[in-house]
Design a binder for this molecule. Structure first.
Ligand code: ACO
Length: 390
């Protein structure tokens, strides 16, 4: 099979293509909100929140920050680490439940701001499992040979869909974004397996009714607490579901990857609640030290929590070459998903030169702003000219 020039893989057959993580980045809003800050306006306490969830603080977007701006910052960092240009990207996927618009997608906004004009872009909705779903989809496209490079982002502004009167949910969530660059390479490893699952019968346990809702007139609102554009959650039921599926799906992903659960060096789970992670570790028979947790500082950032935790694990040097990493997400849908990655960053190709590429990336970001403005301006002028002619 022939592949495009961009991959640097000549005449590679399908089995010779592997999807490797070659870049990563994260971004959070400027403002942190502690449990004490929260208890100033909600009937709760630092003691209650920390004991039940392990959360101490979360970041909350201010007026100028949004799902797309956070995604953009995380994406820029990931491109920097990967040392590739935005124009090298074939695909941008943003996993989110808090997209700025139904359309255009957050991914399209990021594509425009990056000047990634060779890339397709779309948002993916699978709640807190979204990042693993998106990674799996991008890795499959790379292995199948249809793309060479993908930017996969998990980004959320959960603060905008929380009911700040509901103490059972508003204490749990925070805002942020994480991103990775996946790229084709002949070196064996990278994404080894992915297991995606859904149980729509549990959809009412965790929901954000939106414009297309059959309950848009809110006829059920009084009965079950649903509010349009606000999160509803049956916490206890979600807790039971989460502890069950985390262990099951990690086992399935290990089996599919041809490794044993004991071979996993680090599990990077969705950061919902420390007690869920501890219960899942016990079920899997894995030491809880091997479960990455940073929920204390970020709260639950939904689709962003796994890539943010992955970045921190790398920064803390908890991931070494050839390690087996398991990602596991669970959330609304209900959905859950696991993935095993054999870590190892292939050598960069010869045409990449860090300093030069850094300058080229910055030029592209600048061009992106002008390109976007000039295209809008041209469209307006053309339409005015057409109006005058008719
Ligand atoms: N502060 C103080 N008291 C509270 C608070 C609060 N913030 N919230 C609830 N309480 C009270 C309740 O009113 C109840 O009081 P009562 O006994 O007098 O009736 C008591 O605390 C116990 O409430 P529970 O709901 O039983 O508390 P629980 O131990 O189950 O913890 C929690 C609640 C933290 C929400 C837990 O169920 C949980 O973490 N569930 C999973 C949530 C989750 O992870 N969801 C996300 C996954 S998917 C996604 O990320 C979108």
């Amino acid at each position: 099979m022939e592949t495009s020039d961009k991959s640097g893989i000549a005449n590679a057959d399908l089995t010779a293509r592997h999807a490797h993580v070659i870049g990563w980045g994260k971004a959070v809003p400027e403002t942190a909100m502690s449990n004490d800050d929260l208890s100033a306006f909600v009937d709760t306490s630092d003691d209650w929140i920390y004991a039940r969830t392990g959360i101490k603080q979360r970041f909350i977007a201010n007026e100028g920050e949004s799902t797309a701006t956070l995604a953009y910052l995380a994406a820029q960092q990931a491109l920097e680490v990967a040392d590739i240009l935005p124009t090298d990207l074939d695909l941008i996927v943003v996993a989110t439940s808090t997209a700025e618009n139904i359309f255009p997608s957050t991914a399209s906004l990021v594509q425009d701001w990056l000047n990634a004009h060779e890339a397709g872009a779309f948002d993916l909705s699978a709640a807190c499992s979204g990042f693993v779903y998106a990674m799996n989809m991008a890795a499959d496209s790379i292995r199948a040979g249809s793309i060479d490079s993908a930017l996969v982002i998990g980004a959320e502004t959960m603060s905008r869909i929380l009911d700040w009167q509901d103490r059972s949910t508003c204490i749990l969530f925070g805002d942020g974004a994480g991103a990775v660059v996946l790229q084709a390479n002949e070196t064996p490893g990278g994404v080894l397996s992915g297991v995606l699952r859904s149980d729509g019968a549990g959809g009412d346990l965790l929901a954000i009714p939106s414009v297309g809702s059959i309950d848009a007139n809110q006829s059920r609102a009084g009965a079950n607490g649903y509010k349009l554009y606000k999160m509803y959650m049956a916490g206890g039921e979600v807790f039971k579901f989460a502890t069950r599926v985390v262990s099951e799906s990690v086992e399935q992903a290990c089996k599919l990857a041809g490794i044993k659960v004991e071979d996993i060096n680090l599990v990077i789970p969705h950061q919902a609640n420390l007690r869920i992670l501890q219960a899942a570790a016990r079920k899997l028979g894995i030491d809880s030290d091997k479960f990455m947790s940073n929920v204390e500082r970020y709260g639950n950032t939904s689709a962003a929590s796994i890539p943010i935790a992955l970045c921190e694990a790398i920064e803390e040097r908890r991931i070494q070459n050839k390690d087996h990493i398991a990602l596991v997400g669970f959330g609304g849908g209900l959905t859950w998903a696991s993935m095993v990655i054999r870590w190892g960053i292939p050598k960069p190709s010869e045409q990449q030169g860090s300093l030069l590429n850094r300058q080229r990336r910055h030029v592209q970001y600048r061009i992106a702003k002008w390109r976007s403005r000039s295209r809008r301006w041209r469209r307006r002028v053309n339409s005015r000219v057409r109006d005058l002619q008719s």
